[in-house]
Ligand binder design. Structure first.
Ligand code: GDD
Ligand code: MN
Length: 372
């Protein structure tokens, strides 16, 4: 039998570029072409982490990967999330240097080689592509988005004592040791994986920022929406009080509090505006508040396992049933304490606490079940 000839010796893999994608089919081929050009002479691999994009991004990547084995696709089914996609992509590689970059060509690929040169030659752990150091900038952003970005940046700098001009950047390169050291502490919530990595590091990181111009999107649409802002607040919460309160519980509690306001508003509207009977008005107000709470929790607290279609309807009914038991527990505990001469405020708050924790636990278990 003829022996298989030994493969030509290869230089070892040096750089893995991780690109999260959701509906980016119009961008991946161009991205691959540009990366191939700017990283000539480097042994690299390109890992797309696609959350089962409905536009078929994964199929486009697969076709590219058949022609060029340096290109891979991790396709996650039933999952969403930019930060968690980046983490899983990085963990899947053996490369000593890891980079993260968006698929839509807003990040300047010409910066990849200089970033790698810094890590090779300088005592630096992390190189950040920055819009906010001299020479960097954003093209075509509305003033409102610019203000939002600056506000979010300042918030993290203040709250988390991060000393980097652009901690919101989605474009960076690091030594794999940085990931290994912080991986167990990562929150992996939302969009801001760089901030997460920096704050989760057990030792201060040696960071260098290189300027670049944030360009306009090549093809497709941005996924940045109001939920990204909520996720960002949850990331900040997790990084500050997360040791004491799980973020999902916090999110659930805040939405619950908003439900109380909705309830009172509906009640007042029905009583004053329509002259309904109190019982009818209260019943409708509870229903509206519950439906609203369910919708918000489904969209925000459990965004990563959001229910759709018939499952959503089933989820709503289960949610209402579980929360009714929570309401009974709430009233029971509060009445018991009040009967034992605890003040009304403390009794009421204790009831709310017990009810909320019950609702949270029961709905996490019954409504937003993680399906294997
Ligand atoms: N796998 C996966 N899952 N990828 C996602 C998801 C998701 O749920 N949501 C977005 N992406 C991918 C997009 O396909 C794109 O490649 C990249 O993440 C960034 O998404 P955009 O929708 O283009 O975000 P943006 O341009 O508004 O914001 C980006 O740039 C900012 C400045 O660097 C993000 O990287 C921000 O985090 C960053 O602050
Ligand atoms: Mn983008």
């Amino acid at each position: 039998m003829p022996a298989i000839p030994p493969a030509a010796p290869q230089r070892p893999l040096e750089l893995a570029l991780v690109v999260p994608t959701f509906n980016e089919r119009g961008n991946v081929a161009e991205l691959v072409a540009r990366v191939d050009r700017v990283l000539a002479g480097v042994v690299w691999e390109l890992i797309f982490v696609d959350d089962d994009s409905p536009d078929g991004t994964a199929a486009v990547v697969r076709a590219l990967g058949l022609a060029d084995p340096r290109i891979r696709c991790i396709r996650r089914v039933g999952r969403r999330g930019l930060a968690s996609a980046c983490v899983e992509g990085m963990l899947s590689s053996h490369a000593p240097y890891l980079a993260v970059m968006d698929a839509d060509l807003q990040h300047d690929e010409a910066l990849l080689a200089p970033m790698l040169a810094v890590l090779r030659q300088e005592p630096v752990d992390l190189v950040v592509g920055s819009r906010y150091v001299a020479g960097g900038g954003v093209a075509g952003w509305q003033a409102s988005r610019q203000r939002m970005s600056q506000f979010a940046t300042r918030l993290s700098q203040r709250l988390l004592r991060v000393d980097v001009s652009d901690p919101m950047s989605g474009f960076f390169m690091l030594r794999r040791e940085v990931l290994e050291a912080s991986v167990y502490r990562l929150s992996s919530i939302g969009f801001k994986i760089l901030l997460d990595l920096m704050v989760s590091s057990p030792t201060p990181l040696r960071v260098k920022e290189l300027p670049y111009q944030f360009r306009n999107r090549h093809a497709g649409e941005s996924k940045l929406d109001q939920r990204v802002a909520w996720d960002y607040l949850m990331l900040l919460a997790d990084k500050t009080v997360g040791r004491y309160i799980p973020t999902r519980l916090l999110s659930f509690g805040l939405i619950g509090a908003s439900g109380v306001l909705v309830h009172l508003a509906v009640l007042r509207l029905l009583l004053a505006g329509l002259g309904s009977s109190f019982t009818a008005a209260q019943t409708l107000a509870v229903t509206v508040a519950m439906v609203g709470n369910f919708a918000l929790n489904n969209a925000l607290t459990y965004r990563d396992q959001q229910l759709h279609g018939w499952r959503m309807l089933g989820g709503l009914l289960t949610f209402m049933a579980a929360c009714s038991i929570g309401a009974v527990a709430n009233v029971g505990v509060a009445s018991y304490l009040y009967g034992g001469h605890t003040g009304w405020l403390l009794s009421g708050l204790a009831g709310i606490l017990v009810g909320t924790v019950w609702n949270y636990g029961a709905t996490a278990w019954l409504v937003w079940v993680r399906r294997p």
